[in-house]
Ligand binder design. Structure first.
Ligand code: ZN
Length: 214
């Protein structure tokens, strides 16, 4: 009688297991939506995995996505959400990151949308804010209103061309990094001040600047 072939190759799948369950019903910090520069944990708790970086004892998100913790390896990664079909429409409020500035427009990578941020993040790619959509009144230079890597809250005014508008008070920059040292800036009267190097910059600020409330 032939013996069954040995096909049961033991694989160590444990090391690939991503623990994203909250079996005890506690708030599950391992599945948190994060934005670039958000603090995820300390380097004592975690090692920095994909799409994260370490800085002064902390592990931070390098991109927008979902923070996942591999508890077996104490490794934290940020998973970009790329498989969700676009579900946006004109008038929707989106969250994005400034990735480029030109004379008359800012280029934005959309990271999420209001009311869907906690569920799925639509991957709708790029959008622009034309200089005429930045704020009410005259904009001398778009670089005085937005900075590279800023996190923006904006309303879709043209879905076909993915044009965004930040002229309403609650729209605009939600989080800004110092252009000198990349530290998140704090409000200082109507401007922003870097708590690290003291640099003062201007932005078209959203009323919810750094409240974390979208
Ligand atoms: Zn600075």
């Amino acid at each position: 009688m032939p013996m069954p072939k040995e096909q049961d190759i033991t694989r160590d799948t444990a090391s690939n297991t991503v623990d994203n369950t909250a079996s005890n019903g506690a708030p599950n910090s391992s599945n948190k939506f994060v934005l670039p520069g958000d603090f995820i944990g300390t380097t004592e708790e975690f090692r920095a995995g994909a799409q994260t970086y370490e800085k002064t004892g902390g592990v931070y998100a390098a991109i927008a996505g979902t923070a996942r913790v591999n508890t077996a390896r104490r490794l934290v990664s940020v998973i970009p959400c790329t498989d969700t079909p676009p579900i946006l429409k004109k008038g929707d409020v989106v969250i994005g990151q400034i990735v480029g500035l030109r004379d008359s427009l800012a280029m934005v990578t959309i990271a999420g949308a209001k009311d869907v941020v906690d569920r799925e993040i639509p991957n709708v790619g790029s959008a622009v804010v034309h200089v005429s959509n930045v704020k009410r009144g005259y904009v001398k230079e778009i670089a005085h209103e937005f900075g590279i890597f800023d996190i923006l809250k904006a309303k879709i005014v043209d879905l076909q061309n993915m044009r965004l508008d930040t002229s309403e008070p609650e729209m605009g920059v939600m989080k800004a990094l110092c252009s000198n040292c990349r530290t998140p800036m704090v409000r200082h009267d109507s401007k922003l001040k870097c708590p690290e190097c003291g640099r003062i910059e201007t932005r078209k600020l959203a009323t919810g600047y750094r409240t974390g409330i979208i």
